[in-house]
Write a protein that binds this ligand. Sequence first.
Ligand SMILES: [Zn+2]
Length: 443
Amino acid sequence: MIKFYNSMTNKVEEFIPIKKGEVSLYVCGPTVYGYAHFGNMRPVIVFDTLRRFFTYLDYKVTYVSNITDVDDKLINSAIKEGKSENEIASFYLDNFLDCVTKVNSMLPNYMPRVTENMDSMINFISELVDKGYAYVVDGDVFFRVNKAKEYGKLGNFKIEDLKVGARVEENIKKESPLDFALWKKTDIGVKWNSPWGEGRPGWHTECVVMINSIFKQHLIDIHGGGFDLKFPHHENEIAQSKACYNTYLANYWMHNGFVNFNNEKMSKSIGNVKFAKDVINQYGGQAVRFAMLSTHYRSPFNFNDEIMNSAKKELNKIMMALNQASVKMQLEEKDFSKNIDDLYISRFIDELSNDLNTANALTIIFEVTKELNLSLRKNDMTLVVKQYYTLLDMINILGISYKKINVSIEDKELFNNWEKLKQEGKYEEADKIRKILSSKGMM
Ligand SMILES: [Zn+2]
């Protein structure tokens, strides 16, 4: 049984897909106005792992993630850099996708851009206006939160509580300070024609529209995103979906925790914001992935030099064991067919089935690595082969790739020489060869 913590009910629930054997998964994507923050990599890694897990279990997964390529920050970047909004968006989107690839995440099946879906956005907003859930004031369109009966269902609060806490906004156009913009009348930057005049859409509408137009249904299985998007973004998505289609948009809402640096929130004011590209360059994409998966996706992921270096070291241990096993199998010159330890794999799958517990799944990987090293020392090839393939399957499910080392004829000769020299008691010479083999990662 697969279970997930559903943010909508605050409970761990059994996962039952809408269509048997299929999973519809939507994750809020980035706003491409600057280099991707390191924190942006967490949903990229977490939900890619979820997708790989489902795929391993033979589910057909459709993964959609949007690209916000128009908003205030993006327009400001364009003005500052003296470029068009499209140039800015394309440049930073490329940077983001480069980071996605480097942490071994597959690209989503669909990556709709807001600017390419303007007609559907305008149609959707018009529908909300027609139904009385939105109102037009001087070229702006706002969503009427007071009309959304279940507003606060995801965040588990009441509209009344929010009103007490809401600061009095200066925007006198709104009927209530809680109302949010669906369409913004704009003077600067790129704009589109609409029934309400020139402007651009608000952020909260795009995900609802993308889900409806790509999945061709008003309710999907899983909606994911960072914990910081829960309110107001996801609450507002649900309010719009309820208003138009009477659905909560998704049956399961999954939120990943924050990424902290030295136990501190990354923020511009503290000056500790890290770009994804820099962290990936420093430690490598695989180590970044490995480190993030070492923490359960709902807990905060704390990162610093020490944590990243230790992740790198642990990952290296796994790769070394795989290398040695692979080299040994090639030296034996036998055809070792794939053989899996079912017990280990089923324990591994159980951990992931339990609210995607990658942290516990990794401890099983460590166990198998230890066993493999033991089998290598004992020269027990039956176990070496079994543990090698078991380990490979496990890391593949987590999206960690292993590049098999190829033993050349020359390498084989080196191995033979090494054995011979040891037998002859020429330890000094043997050690020289051992060093060469070790530098190739073969020992
Ligand atoms: Zn969204």
